[in-house]
Design a protein around this ligand. Structure first.
Ligand code: SAH
Ligand code: SF4
Ligand code: F3S
Length: 442
């Protein structure tokens, strides 16, 4: 028998990439090898997202593209996994009968047995039971050297009224500190230098463990692990972020000076309707403290425009908030109604053209702010871990500062992926910095 190949695409957030690594790990144990060429694959796995309609549309388009491959090779196994699989379940088979397997967010461990079933008999197989635990001890195929994702929890209890994540990921479940520390130690010995702790809301880490553990104690416990140079985390929630956690971050030598703290809206009335559980005043207190404790803090955020009932005045409040807070970067989204969430049924849905206009205004303001931050970085030296060539150009390499700013330089073959090197910023642009590797004279 010849080589067997698998092809994976991950949509959505880092949690999905991390889950994909566990799908890949299982496939490798089965003897499959990864390919970048979909046409070669014996198993195609789409690990999907449903956070916005655009994410679903992208996936449905991709699924459509696979039809001809299936026609050519009826033995091809097409698996749709992740959040959209969890949401749609067997409806996906009706929509696209060429899909073989639909696997939900708590059933990653079922992949192998479902592939075996499918190989015995051509049929549709679904695994979407959410009552089983979310975490399973599974082989992991890390997609990158030096940089690793480490999930510390699964699920979300927040139920922001616009968001589908709690429905497709289930309730919060934290991994034990021991379990996490063990994994990170292993990563350290394997040569990984940077880890990113993952959770939909890392600041509520440990609440379900009921043993006094929280995110600040977790950070302090992994501080001493050898080999690991940088610790990142995603995503924070202003309701659960505490001063103690900011202290732990500030006092850590490894946790980086980057905080992604989604505000979502600058209007207190809208925050209430979103069920976010904090006010803009509380948020400002948090970041004022964080900036005091971590003077070089890089602050980024998420914002939604066009939430139901968002008046022109409320939107203006968001613009003012942006100008006052001065984020390094903001990820901005047009509100997308998700069936089953409370906001989808709220009155005063905003017309698409108004949403688009608001998004543009917001982005214009943010781009100016981002650019001014990046200009301030010109002619300064930053420590960067080399990540390798950029997507579009093999001759340009990139790495990130501790603050998660991406710097690109022309490759001169003097550095290797995973090296920690000093880089001088020559030019700050809105989204990216251009620079060169700093070399000591003489
Ligand atoms: N758990 C994280 C991220 C969740 S999804 C958090 O709470 O911040 C990432 C971002 O997508 C959210 O922060 C929000 O800004 C956006 N988002 C979620 N649901 C959305 C929806 N229905 N429409 C538009 N944007 C949405
Ligand atoms: Fe969604 Fe809110 Fe949970 Fe984030 S905190 S995943 S936005 S429900
Ligand atoms: Fe999308 Fe699921 Fe992440 S809905 S944003 S992939 S948790």
């Amino acid at each position: 028998m010849g080589e067997k190949y698998y092809f994976i695409i991950s949509y959505g957030c880092q949690t999905n990439i991390s889950d994909s690594e566990r799908y890949a790990g299982q496939l490798e144990e089965l003897g499959y090898r990864m390919t970048e060429n979909m046409e070669l694959a014996d198993v195609i796995l789409l690990n999907t997202c449903c956070v916005r309609e655009t994410a679903e549309d992208k996936t449905l388009g991709k699924i459509g593209e696979l039809k001809h491959l299936k026609k050519r090779n009826p033995d091809l196994i097409i698996a749709v996994t992740g959040c959209m699989a969890q949401e749609w379940q067997d409806k996906l088979f009706h929509r696209a009968p060429h899909i073989d397997l639909v696997i939900g967010t708590h059933n990653i461990h079922k992949l192998v047995s479902l592939i075996e079933e499918r190989q015995k008999k051509s049929d549709h197989y679904l695994a979407a039971d959410m009552t089983v635990p979310a975490f399973h001890d599974l082989p992991t195929r890390h997609f990158r050297d030096f940089f690793a994702w480490v999930p510390i929890m699964n699920g979300c209890n927040k139920f922001c009224t616009y968001c589908i994540v709690p429905y497709v990921r289930g309730r919060e479940v934290s991994r034990s500190v021991e379990n996490i520390a063990k994994e990170i130690k292993k990563l350290g010995t394997q040569g990984f230098k940077e880890i990113t702790l993952l959770g939909q809301n890392v600041n509520s880490y440990g609440q379900d463990l009921k043993n006094g553990t929280d995110f600040s104690t977790l950070i302090r416990q992994i501080e001493e692990i050898e080999g690991i140079e940088r610790v990142r985390y995603m995503t924070s929630h202003p309701k659960d972020m505490t001063f103690a956690m900011i202290d732990a971050m500030a006092e850590s030598k490894k946790v980086v000076n980057h905080m992604h703290l989604p505000i979502q809206s600058g209007s207190d009335e809208l925050l209430k309707k979103m069920n976010r559980g904090y006010t803009t005043a509380h948020y400002l207190e948090l970041i004022e403290y964080a900036r005091r404790r971590i003077p070089d803090l890089v602050l980024t955020t998420d914002i939604i425009v066009g939430f139901p009932g968002e008046t022109e005045e409320m939107f203006e409040e968001t613009l003012h908030f942006l100008e006052k807070t001065r984020y390094d970067m903001a990820y901005t989204f047009i509100y997308s109604p998700r069936t089953g969430t409370p906001a989808a049924k709220m009155p005063d849905q905003i017309p698409q053209d108004v949403k688009s206009l608001r998004l543009r205004k917001l982005m214009d303001i943010q781009n100016t702010i981002s650019l001014s931050y990046n200009k301030e970085m010109e002619n300064k030296i930053y420590s960067v871990i080399v990540e390798g060539p950029t997507k579009n150009d093999e001759n340009h390499w990139f790495g990130r500062t501790t603050g998660n700013k991406m710097i690109i330089w022309e490759n001169d073959n003097t550095v290797a992926v995973g090296d920690t090197v000093p880089v001088v910023v020559d030019k700050g642009q809105t989204w990216v910095l251009k620079g060169h590797i700093w070399k000591q004279e003489g």
